[in-house]
Design a protein around this ligand. Structure first.
Ligand code: ADP
Ligand code: MG
Length: 321
């Protein structure tokens, strides 16, 4: 089971006996192949359930393993036009935009490569070099055609929204909670998103996990109300063969696990979908390019290199442990 990249620290500030301030309630659920926590400052029944239902609804649209999902139908379409929901068309459009902005380091058409490595199955495997050589030409976000709710992909190609869907789901739950006038903090796997402010006025904080030691943290990030902090790393989802570790963030240029000098990338932004896609992209980019990309893309980043150094862009409120 996936452990957390970011650990919620202060969400459960239960000011017992502090009348007038709503106490928090948290729901834990497993969806989109990860553990999620929804925390809200509200005593209203049903708010947490509403959030959970929204996530499950989105999972039925975007899952690659549920054969009835919009994305699975697109992946089985053999080059034909497929009708998808408005929301899937919008997320595909957004994913194309992020792919363009990151010069294809985040690429939602990475699915053939994900499949070749068996990452969505119980049978992980190392593809032959010959197989790998044929894959990069099948990964190209420019080939996704979208006309309203009609989508087409060339034969042999496929879409995987695994690097953006959790962030997008967090944004949708946030919108729902904002409409209900509820504040709180969401953690969808490594995707943290704050909603409004804590009732006592103190900022939300999240700890960044030490990639070398699951029980330790590297420090604490202070977030503004509404900000997302999303981490991508090579230390949580991987398999080993003949003593070599193969992680799940692929370089679209090689169709193989990205040979990055980074082990973890956390992006702080105003949207979790954006932060999710960019975290994956900056991991692929490696430290030097990640720092300049963060500037161009106008987001904050905390990068952890394989040799344990931490690099923050300007304005990050990070307190090392
Ligand atoms: P996680 O899902 O563990 O939070 P990411 O957000 O980085 O991590 O997403 C990684 C997932 O996205 C992979 O499991 C795979 O399905 C897909 N993926 C892998 N490499 C890329 C890439 N370069 N661009 C887009 N999606 C990717
Ligand atoms: Mg991501």
């Amino acid at each position: 089971m996936k452990r957390y990249l970011l650990i919620l620290l202060c969400a459960l500030c239960l000011l017992a006996g502090c009348t007038g301030k709503p106490q928090s309630q948290t729901k834990e659920l497993f969806a989109m192949d990860t553990v999620m926590h929804l925390t809200v400052y509200s005593q209203e029944d049903g708010v947490l359930k509403q959030g959970e239902e929204e996530i499950r609804r989105l999972e039925t649209l975007f899952s690659v393993t549920d054969e009835n999902s919009d994305i699975a139908r697109l992946n089985q379409s053999k080059g034909q036009w497929v009708t998808v929901s408005d929301e899937t068309a919008r997320l595909l459009t957004l994913a194309k935009e992020y792919a363009k902005q990151t010069e294809g380091r985040f690429d939602p058409t990475v699915y053939p490569a994900v499949m070749a490595w068996g990452f969505t199955t119980d049978q992980k495997r190392v593809p032959s070099q010959e197989e790998l050589d044929g894959l990069p030409t099948l990964v190209d976000y420019n080939q996704i055609e979208i006309k309203g709710t009609q989508v087409r992909l060339p034969k042999e190609m496929g879409v995987d929204l695994g690097a953006i869907a959790k962030g997008y789901a967090a944004d949708r739950v946030k919108a729902l909670y904002e409409a209900a006038g509820v504040s709180g903090i969401l953690s969808l796997g490594g995707n943290v998103l704050t909603i409004g402010h804590k009732p006592d006025g103190t900022p939300f904080t999240v700890a960044i996990q030490d990639p070398q030691n699951a029980a330790a943290t590297l420090g604490v990030l202070t977030l503004k109300g509404g900000q997302a902090a999303v981490t991508s790393g090579d230390y949580q989802r991987y398999f080993e063969q003949n003593g070599v570790r193969y992680h799940h963030i692929l370089d679209p240029k090689t169709a193989a696990p990205a040979k990055s000098d980074l082990t973890s990338v956390t992006i702080i932004a105003d949207s979790a979908a954006k932060a999710d896609a960019y975290a994956t992209a900056l991991f692929v980019a490696g430290k030097e390019q990640a720092l300049s990309l963060a500037k161009t893309l106008n987001v904050q980043a905390v990068l952890v290199t394989k040799d344990g150094q931490i690099h923050c862009t300007d304005d990050v409120q990070f307190t090392p442990s």
